[in-house]
Design a protein around this ligand. Structure first.
Ligand code: ZN
Length: 227
């Protein structure tokens, strides 16, 4: 796929979605000359503020993580964390459509509709709308899995589950860059056995890799591929 992908747009609800979902693949593709742009819809820690913790702007962390992964272009929007369901579909779709118009990606990676996070599901839908078949440049749309969102959706009885049909093989250096990018988000890297621990991230890469008899991999669900 990477020989055909020249311009990749990664769409996430929160800073860290891109790294948890596709960080090692992004690092590999960037190394191979693919131009990567990142679009994040929210820039605060609204769910933390609801829990009484200090609200922080995540833009600096997003930019640092993006740099670590080799992402060239970063756009962080101003919607509130865990509040995307208060934004009209029209507005959300228009934001992602504008990204597609300006960057002209041939490939989109986005969060999954199968996640327990409502933000993730809404962003997944908006990315599909922006990348729908038509006159636009997008030839392929994929969704990625995020530990403690996609797997928790499965463990919470959601009627749809993530069904990978594409495995991106990565090497140790790509996985290390993914873990380093996660460190940019500081408190997002938890101690084992939390799924967002360094060991948890590595365990998923080993599991997905071993599914296809490769050392390490990230799994994706291809929504559409026209090649
Ligand atoms: Zn998220």
């Amino acid at each position: 796929m990477h020989t055909l992908t020249r311009r990749l747009l990664v769409v996430g609800a929160h800073g860290d979605d891109e790294t948890l979902g596709a960080g090692a693949t992004i690092a590999r593709l960037a190394d191979e000359g693919v131009t990567v742009s990142l679009c994040i819809l929210t820039n605060d820690d609204g769910s933390r503020s609801a829990a009484g913790a200090e609200v922080t702007n995540r833009t600096d962390a997003i930019e640092l993580a993006a740099k670590t992964l080799g992402i060239e272009r970063v756009r962080v929007h101003e919607f509130g964390d865990n509040r995307l369901d208060t934004v009209s579909h029209l507005e959300l779709n228009q934001v992602v459509e504008r990204e597609v118009r300006e960057f002209e990606p041939d490939t989109i990676f986005a969060t999954s509709m199968c996640d327990l996070s409502t933000d993730h599901a809404l962003v997944s839908r908006a990315a599909r709308v922006a990348g729908r078949p038509g006159k636009g440049p997008v030839r392929e749309v994929r969704t990625f899995e995020i530990r403690s969102a996609t797997d928790v959706g499965e463990a919470s009885g959601l009627p749809v589950t993530f069904r990978p049909n594409c495995w991106q093989v990565v090497d140790e250096s790509h996985l290390e860059r993914k873990i380093e990018a996660l460190r940019a988000y500081g408190k997002e890297l938890e101690p084992w056995p939390n799924p967002r621990s360094e060991r948890g991230v590595r365990a998923l890469a080993e599991y997905r890799g071993s599914q296809v008899s490769a050392g390490l991999a990230e799994a994706f669900e291809i929504v559409r591929s026209v090649r």
